[in-house]
Ligand binder design. Structure first.
Ligand SMILES: Cc1ncc(COP(=O)(O)O)c(C=O)c1O
Length: 422
C-alpha cells in the first residue's frame, strides 16, 4: 500500500475524473521555465504549489471583503468573519473533525506542536514522566518535546526503526510505560516517505490511557484524513504543504482535551473579560488564537480544501502510487545510487545518495536542468545519523507531477554521473 488509508470521503461531492495534465493547468507556477527549460518541481514535501482557486480567493479577499474579524458590527467585518470561519469549517471537513470548534488556526505544524507542548504538555508532563516520539520525526516534533522535558524534568523516549525506515512496533509495549504522558508521531515521514501505522499506535497508547498527537504535515497533501476514525487526540497540519498559503496551519484537538487546556498566548481575541485583577478566557477555539489572526490564510486554506474536495482521491492515490513506483525503479537503477527509505508503505518521496556526488552537488546540477529537488537533512538529523549519511537528495512528488517529470529527473541524474566521471 502506498496511500494514506485513513481517509474521509465526503458523500455529496460531484467528482471530475482525475487527469494530472488538467490538474497541472490549475497551477500557474508549473508553467514557468527555469534555467531556460520548463520547470520540473519535485520539492513538494518542502512546500506545494498553489492552484489558481487559492490565489484568486486570497486576491478576492483583499479586493472585496478585507476587514478585521470577530469585532466589527459593520457588514464588511461580518463578511470577513464569515470567510474566516468558513476556512475553519473547511479544514474541519477535510479532517472529518466533529466540529469546527475543535480546529485551532496556527501558523503551521511547528506552531501547532509548540502550542500543545506549551499548554497540554506543561499541564500534564512532570518530573520523571516520559514523552514518546519516533526515530523518524521532523525536528518540529522533537525539539518542542525536548524543551518541555528539560523544563519539567521529564525524559524523551524514542520508538526505533529498521533499515527500511519502518517503526519497530513490537517495541511499543515496553516503551509505553506508566510514566508516558503523551505519544507524538509523524503520520508520513518527510525524509523517508514512510506511512506509519498510526491507527495501531493510537490503539496501543489508548489502551493505556495515553493521549496521542499525530504530525500530519506530509499526509494531508495526499488526501483527506479522518481524525475520528484514527481516534487521535491531536492532529496537526500546515496549509502550505496542502496547496494553501504559508503562515496558516491547523491543530485539531478533541473538544474535551482542548476545553481543559490553558491558553497559549495572551492578548486580544482570546479573552472573555479582562480586569487588572483577573482575566477570564474565551471558549475554544478562540482561547488559542490571540491577536488578529491570519485571515487571508484562513480564506486560502479554505479554498485549498474546496479545491481538493473536487478530486477523485482514489484516482489520485493510483496516480501517486504509479509515480512512486516509476520513480523508485528509475532512480534505483542508476549505477551508484542508494535509496534511503524503502518501507513497504510509502508515499511520494524518493530519498537517495549517489557514490562520489554530494547531495548538494546533485541538487545544483539538477537545477541547471530545470529540476528542483531538495538536498540536506530535511530537518530530520536523527534519520540521517541512523542511515550514516550527512544528507540525502530528495525528490518529493505531488498530484500534479507526471512520469515526464521523473524522466527529466533521471536524465539530470545521468548528467550528474557524467560531471563526476562515473
Ligand atoms: C513531517 C513534518 N512535520 C512538520 C513540519 C514542519 O512544518 P512547518 O514548517 O510548516 O511548520 C514539516 C515540514 O517540512 C514536516 O515535513
Amino acid at each position: 500500500m502506498s496511500t494514506v488509508t485513513e481517509r474521509h470521503e465526503p458523500a455529496a461531492t460531484v467528482r471530475a475524473a482525475f487527469d494530472p495534465d488538467r490538474v497541472r493547468a490549475d497551477f500557474p507556477l508549473l508553467s514557468r521555465s527555469m534555467r531556460g527549460k520548463s520547470l520540473v518541481y519535485l520539492d513538494n514535501a518542502a512546500t506545494s504549489q498553489k492552484p489558481r482557486h487559492v490565489i484568486d480567493a486570497i486576491h478576492r479577499y483583499y479586493e472585496t471583503f478585507n476587514a478585521n474579524v470577530h469585532r466589527g458590527v459593520y457588514q464588511l467585518s461580518e463578511e470577513a468573519t464569515a470567510a474566516y470561519e468558513w476556512g475553519r469549517a473547511m479544514v474541519a471537513r477535510y479532517l472529518n473533525a466533529p466540529s469546527p470548534a475543535e480546529i485551532v488556526f496556527v501558523r503551521g505544524t511547528t506552531e501547532g506542536i509548540n502550542l500543545v507542548a506549551a499548554t497540554f504538555g506543561r499541564q500534564r508532563v512532570g518530573r520523571g514522566d516520559e514523552v514518546l516520539v519516533s526515530a523518524m520525526e521532523h525536528h518540529s516534533n522533537i525539539v518542542p518535546w525536548q524543551m518541555l522535558c528539560e523544563q519539567q524534568g521529564a525524559t524523551l523516549r524514542v520508538i526505533p526503526m529498521n533499515e527500511r525506515g519502518e517503526l519497530l512496533l513490537d517495541r511499543l509495549p515496553e516503551l509505553l510505560t506508566p510514566r508516558t504522558r503523551l505519544v507524538a508521531v509523524v503520520h508520513v515521514s518527510n525524509s523517508l516517505g514512510t506511512v506509519n501505522p498510526v491507527r495501531e499506535i493510537i490503539r496501543e497508547a489508548h489502551a493505556r490511557d495515553i493521549p496521542v498527537l499525530i504530525d500530519g504535515a506530509q499526509a494531508v497533501p495526499h488526501g483527506p484524513v479522518d481524525v475520528q476514525a484514527l481516534d487521535c487526540d491531536f492532529y496537526v497540519v500546515s496549509g502550505h504543504k496542502m496547496f494553501g498559503p504559508t503562515g496558516i496551519g491547523a491543530l485539531f484537538g478533541k473538544r474535551a482535551i482542548l476545553d481543559a487546556m490553558p491558553p497559549y498566548q495572551g492578548g486580544g481575541e482570546m479573552i472573555r473579560t479582562v480586569t487588572f485583577e483577573k482575566t477570564t478566557y474565551a471558549p475554544i477555539p478562540m482561547r488559542f488564537e490571540a491577536g488578529t489572526p491570519n485571515i487571508e490564510g484562513a480564506v486560502g486554506i479554505g479554498a485549498a480544501v474546496d479545491y481538493l474536495h473536487q478530486l477523485d482521491w482514489a484516482a489520485v492515490a493510483r496516480h501517486e502510487a504509479d509515480l512512486l513506483a516509476y520513480a523508485t525503479d528509475a532512480v534505483a537503477s542508476i549505477p551508484g545510487v542508494r535509496l534511503v527509505g524503502t518501507a513497504s508503505r510509502k508515499i511520494s518521496v524518493v530519498s537517495f545518495v549517489m557514490d562520489g556526488a554530494h547531495p548538494h552537488d546533485i541538487g545544483t546540477i539538477l537545477d541547471q536542468e530545470g529540476v528542483a529537488i531538495r538536498t540536506g537533512h530535511h530537518c530530520t538529523q536523527p534519520v540521517m545519523d541512523f542511515f550514516g549519511v550527512p544528507a540525502t537528495a530528495r525528490a518529493s512528488m505531488a498530484l500534479y507531477n507526471t512520469r515526464d517529470d521523473i524522466d527529466r529527473l533521471v536524465a539530470g541524474l545521468h548528467r550528474v554521473r557524467e560531471v563526476f566521471g562515473r
